[in-house]
Design a protein around this ligand. Structure first.
Ligand code: GLN
Ligand code: ZN
Length: 798
């Protein structure tokens, strides 16, 4: 099968949401996990979703038989799909392989979710997005072999329906660059995810082992996969290589580009393969990778022109199609289609044999369809493009490439009109908000001398040494969720719901007093989500009904849309916090979500710098803090768990990011009186990267996740000279395991051995909302008891 390659279509998308328009895949997968359905039923539902996607994409204008429709379905995660296909299943799950060595659906899910003592694969964020992938574990002994025919079956399934699809597979360089060497520690997972107990993770790889060193062993299996895809009827395959844009991976750009050169030289020379499109979105390809791919014997390269410039002409392009990612795969804006067209024109000057229009990334990061949002203001809706609208934009641009600009003059004009309407619409620019932001000066970002603050807070709060507290949320029980849902449906009146929440708060306060914690929280029962709650209570945001976006596995979130200037019509949290404070003499923490996290977990406007938007959110929070103080709240926590995740992939962009992100936090908090204790919370352990930024937040107390890599975290804190209050989490809240008194005592002993006793706080790793009450109460009692023991021991040396 070495007939000439088919030409690449003039327009394509790099991937499509797979969770289903109404989260059908989530429900099907979870029903299967719960044992409510069997594997054939699950496969049938999945096949139905794939079929619906193909038909939908064809109806939107992508071709049925020209490989413009990607096959990007996944039951859980695309990185896991690739890892499983090449046989990279951790040893601890080896027994789950079929008799012939194949990795079936149960082994696939078990590796993703863990089983008993066998820890699941670690999860981490996919580049600078909110999507979490499963980190492959690859060691020196990993035996690569084609272990799943799922990709080929999906191609054949489409063929049977009359479609020639383009399978999308994470490429070999990215697969290895994102992998980790197996290490014998309990497995971490990402923030917000709930995970099973820590457990066995398999044999340790030798120190310094780099999964990328296995590239040559891996390539034959990719070659075999490509040949299987070709045999199944694929004319093109898309190999995703976003590692080639990142400067945030262990391997540097030169090493990654060299790996790409070797990989595609080896795969490209094979005759029995589909034509190869290498796709590298999320930022600009490194110059080295661009040169390597242009020279490689592949047929097409897709690049991100929304977060990268038109690259230089380099040798080899004359034999390639360039897919210009001019439609943003990550935001929800209809955007400037004319500018997208112009970028494609600029791309045609670099000397490729063909130009195609594309999305910058897979559309997995955006919801399905604006048309599913009947409750959105129609004017706002007219400015938006979710996945289906973006497909239509690509189709328009593709038509223009074939027929010339006149052929698409009308849709371009419509898009420009929508953009003009958006620019001038009320609320997009709010005079009062802008005036306030315009007169900010350096003093608005300064809280004043730290030592003076400590003295004022000591006098105000009179806390014991090693103060104990929690991160904010208490378990979100079925009762709470049901009451919220009934309230949403109008079945539970406002007064009743209010009473329910007050009872819940009272219960949580009494419980904390009984346990003996020092700084209490109200438990956040009134919040559905720490960002959406604020979005719903601030002007400038809209919320969607069906705007689900996969977060990881079967989990999806519904990010709010930050479309206009942000302001706070009225106090948001004050009534809850003051009610909670009225029930106790202990300090009650006011709980807010910080500006960076609010931006990171929303769809943010694209018409002004993020820093400007962040400052607007910060000013709204600043007012909320003033109101909390005015109402007698003396400790206020402003959570910034997303500070690390928004960090740009390119080193050159990082200082500017840190400047505005840290600045917005300071703007939010700098109005607090010296005697008001400002806390912040961040939840990740590899925080050495941003430790200077954390210090620059200038919070009085910072709580962080540390239970899973405590040694490292304490070392990092110590090395950085971080001098303010610090609460390295003493137990992992992502597991139902109750930490023993001994264990916590040990951790605290080590901590106070390394850090100044006067600065250390005692708290769990993160909020407790995903936990049950039994383990929560048991864990917190142990935490308090351990703290007591350590206090007694160190008391004399104070
Ligand atoms: N205050 C939030 C909570 O306790 C913080 C959550 C987070 O860090 N993701 O749930
Ligand atoms: Zn957290």
């Amino acid at each position: 099968m070495t007939e000439p390659r088919s030409t690449f279509p003039h327009g394509t998308i790099l991937g499509y949401p797979r969770i289903g328009r109404r989260r059908e895949l989530k429900r099907a997968v979870e029903a299967y996990w719960a044992g409510a359905t069997d594997a054939p039923t699950l496969e049938q539902t999945a096949a139905g979703l794939r079929r619906a996607t193909r038909e939908r994409l064809a109806a939107l204008g992508l071709g049925r038989d020209d490989s413009s429709i990607p096959e990007s379905f996944s039951f859980y995660d695309q990185v896991h799909d690739a890892a499983v296909t090449v046989g990279a299943l951790p040893e601890r799950f080896a027994a789950l392989r079929d008799a012939d060595g194949a990795i079936g659906i149960d082994a696939y899910f078990t590796a993703a979710r863990g089983a008993g003592d066998d820890a699941p694969l670690e999860m981490t964020k996919w580049f600078d997005t909110n999507y979490h992938f499963l980190v492959p574990e690859i060691g020196p002994e990993t035996v690569f072999s084609l272990s799943s025919d799922r990709f080929a079956r999906q191609v054949a399934e489409a063929k049977a329906d009359g479609f020639t699809v383009r399978p999308v597979v994470v490429g070999p360089v990215t697969l290895l660059a994102l992998a980790k060497a197996a290490v014998p520690t309990p497995t971490p997972r990402a923030a917000g995810a709930s995970r099973g107990a820590s457990g066995r993770v398999g044999p340790a790889a030798p120190q310094g082992f780099d999964p990328l060193s296995r590239l040559d062993d891996l390539l034959p299996v990719y070659a075999e996969l490509l040949s299987a895809l070709r045999a199944a009827g694929a004319e093109w395959v898309q190999l995703d290589e976003p590692a080639l844009v990142s400067e945030s991976l262990p391997a540097d750009a030169a090493v990654l580009a060299d790996a790409a050169a070797r990989a595609y030289a080896a795969l490209g020379v094979r005759g029995d393969r589909p034509a190869i499109l290498v796709a590298a979105g999320y930022a600009q390809l490194s110059p080295q990778a661009w040169t390597a791919l242009a020279a490689a014997p592949i047929e097409a390269i897709a690049i991100d022109l929304t977060r990268g410039a038109v690259p230089d002409a380099v040798p080899g392009l004359d034999r390639k199609t360039l897919v210009g990612g001019v439609v943003d795969g990550r935001n929800v804006w209809r955007g400037d289609l004319d500018a997208a067209w112009e970028r494609l024109q600029a791309l045609s000057a670099v000397g490729a044999s063909e130009i195609s229009a594309g999305t910058s990334t897979s559309l997995q990061h955006v919801p399905h369809d604006v048309a599913d949002e009947s409750a959105l203001d129609p004017r706002l809706a007219s400015w938006l493009a979710f996945a289906d609208q973006k497909v239509a934009q690509v189709v328009t641009l593709a038509t223009g490439l074939v027929e010339g600009r006149e052929a698409i003059a009308e849709p371009l004009a419509e898009a420009s009109a929508a953009l003009a309407d958006r620019r001038s619409a009320p609320g997009v620019r709010d005079g009062a908000v802008r005036e306030r932001a315009a007169v900010l000066d350096a003093g608005d970002f300064e809280r004043g001398d730290y030592d003076a603050r400590v003295a004022a807070q000591d006098a105000e709060l009179a806390l014991p040494v090693l103060p104990t507290t929690t991160i904010g949320s208490f378990p979100q029980t079925g009762d709470i969720r049901r009451a919220r849902a009934r309230h949403g449906r109008g079945e539970l009146g406002a007064d009743e719901y209010q009473r329910f929440l007050r009872d819940e708060i009272a219960r949580v306060v009494t419980l904390q007093e009984d346990i003996g914690l020092d700084v209490l929280v109200h438990g956040e029962a009134e919040r559905n989500d720490m960002v959406q709650y604020f979005a719903e209570n601030l002007d400038g945001f809209a919320v969607t009904e069906n705007g689900w976006v996969q977060s990881y596995g079967s989990r999806a979130t519904r990010p709010s849309i930050l479309w206009g200037d942000v302001s706070r019509p009225t106090a948001i949290t004050v009534a809850w916090s003051t009610f909670a404070q009225s029930l106790t003499d202990k300090p009650m923490k006011g709980m807010l979500t910080g500006p960076v996290t609010i931006l990171a977990w929303s769809f943010v406007r694209d018409d002004q710098p993020l820093g400007e938007t962040a400052n607007q959110v910060a000013l709204a929070l600043r007012d909320e803090i003033a109101d909390l103080e005015g109402a007698g709240i003396r400790v206020i926590q402003v959570d910034e768990p997303a500070l690390r995740e928004l960090l740009p992939l390119k080193a050159a962009d990082q200082p500017a990011y840190l400047e505005w992100s840290v600045g917005s936090f300071r703007l939010a908090t700098a109005g607090a009186a010296p005697a008001t204790q400002v806390h912040t919370h961040l939840c990740y352990s590899e925080f050495d990267v941003v430790i200077d930024a954390i210090a620059a937040l200038d919070a009085d107390v910072t709580s962080i996740e540390a239970a899973r890599s405590r040694g490292e975290v304490i070392g990092d804190i110590r090395a950085s000279g971080f001098a303010a209050g610090i609460g390295p989490g003493v137990y992992d809240i992502h597991s139902p395991r109750v930490p023993s008194v001994d264990e916590i005592t040990d951790l605290l002993d080590r901590t106070v051995g390394e850090l100044s006793l006067r600065r250390v706080w005692v708290n769990p790793d993160c909020g407790l909302k995903t936990r049950g009450y039994d383990e929560t109460v048991a864990s917190l009692r142990n935490l308090v008891e351990a703290t007591g023991l350590v206090r007694e021991r160190v008391g004399v040396s104070l």
